[in-house]
Write a protein that binds this ligand. Structure first.
Ligand SMILES: NC(=O)c1ccc[n+]([C@@H]2O[C@H](COP(=O)([O-])OP(=O)(O)OC[C@H]3O[C@@H](n4cnc5c(N)ncnc54)[C@H](OP(=O)(O)O)[C@@H]3O)[C@@H](O)[C@H]2O)c1
Length: 311
């Protein structure tokens, strides 16, 4: 059997594998085989969301691997997310049960509030909501999520795309603490301040878009293609992608690279047999531009928009 990744302890005692497979934009036809391949290759942490519209396929792959005897349910850490359309407290349990039914699982390991801003509900089929944003306070949504943990439907609950101030507000008013905040994080936007803030509050950062969605045709982002990146890769006998993911790991985050390509799924996992030196961490630090790749500008006028502050 393939070796699995080291785990990180969360503040509620759960253990989360230190790399996960992302599945956003994994089309229905691709998601199931990607998750099957990932599990065969040693991944034990899968990231999906209601809005990705592939929970069915992700769940089918996980259940197939359980049926084959490759994993047991308790071996795999499944993350999914509460959609903006389900922020109204009376919709939260319904949404969680819907995700559980899609996944064909009895519990979710970690259920995240996908974004602090909600959208007006117009039926579950309308996953992206009407174009209207809602004014539901994310604290009320959080309190409804706490009940999911009480019911055992979600073992852990957490945040995504929350800034430090919003996280602090949740911490000051919660009964159950968020264990994770999933945010954009790659060498170009390394989130050092949010990582440090979160560490002080025992919240682990999951790094989404860890490769900044590479565009090889434009040799972009530079930390995967420029001469410095190539030199580092050569020095460690690794690929630039592996250097990038190792950097995120050493920053203390959990990268969740998405791929539907078996060789890349394997490449992205192969980051546990080397360590970047302090000097080389600094080389990677220099790629930070402070520029977000995914600014969610459509929501930028909303009172709960998280990205108007530095971190
Ligand atoms: N919470 C949120 O709001 C939020 C937002 C964005 C993303 N996420 C999560 O984070 C995950 C990762 O982010 P992302 O998908 O946006 O971006 P990403 O992981 O940085 O990039 C994915 C892209 O990189 C390619 N790729 C993967 N491994 C590669 C490799 N070794 N060499 C070359 N190319 C490679 C993939 O291609 P192929 O698939 O064709 O191999 C895909 O096009 C998502 O899938 C999702 O689960 C969460």
């Amino acid at each position: 059997m393939s070796p699995t990744a080291p785990k990180i302890k969360l503040s509620n005692g759960q253990e989360i594998p230190s790399i996960g497979l992302g599945t956003w934009r994994s089309r229905k036809s691709e998601a199931e085989s990607a998750v099957r391949d990932a599990i065969d290759l040693g991944y034990r942490h899968i990231d999906t969301a209601f809005v990705y519209e592939n929970e069915d396929e992700v769940g089918r792959a996980i259940n197939a691997k359980i049926a084959e005897g490759i994993i047991k349910r308790e071996d795999i850490f499944v993350v999914t997310k509460l959609a903006g359309i389900h922020h109204d407290p009376h919709l939260v349990e319904h949404a969680c049960r819907k995700s559980l039914s899609n996944l064909a699982l009895e519990y979710i390991d970690l259920y995240l509030m996908h974004f602090p801003v909600g959208q007006i509900y117009a039926g579950d089929e309308n996953v992206h909501g009407s174009s209207k944003l809602s004014d539901v306070d994310y604290l009320d949504t959080w309190k409804a999520m706490e009940k999911l943990a009480d019911l055992g439907l979600a073992r852990g609950i957490g945040l995504s795309n929350f800034n430090a101030q919003q996280t602090e507000r949740v911490l000051q008013n919660c009964r159950i603490r968020p264990v994770v905040n999933q945010v954009e994080c790659h060498p170009g936007f390394n989130q050092k301040k949010l990582i440090e803030f979160s560490r002080q509050h025992e919240i682990v950062i999951t790094a989404y878009a860890p490769l900044a969605r590479p565009k090889p045709e434009h040799q972009w982002p530079p930390f995967l293609y420029d001469a410095k990146a190539r030199n580092l890769a050569q020095k460690y006998r690794k690929t630039a992608v592996q250097i990038c993911l190792r950097y995120l790991l050493q920053l203390g985050t959990i990268p969740i690279p998405k791929s539907v390509t078996k060789s890349r799924i394997a490449e992205n996992f192969n980051i546990f047999d080397f360590e970047l030196s302090c000097d080389d961490m600094k080389v990677m630090d220099d790629y930070h531009t402070g520029q977000r790749l995914i600014p969610f500008t459509a929501m930028s006028q909303h009172k709960y928009f998280p990205f108007n502050t530095e971190f």
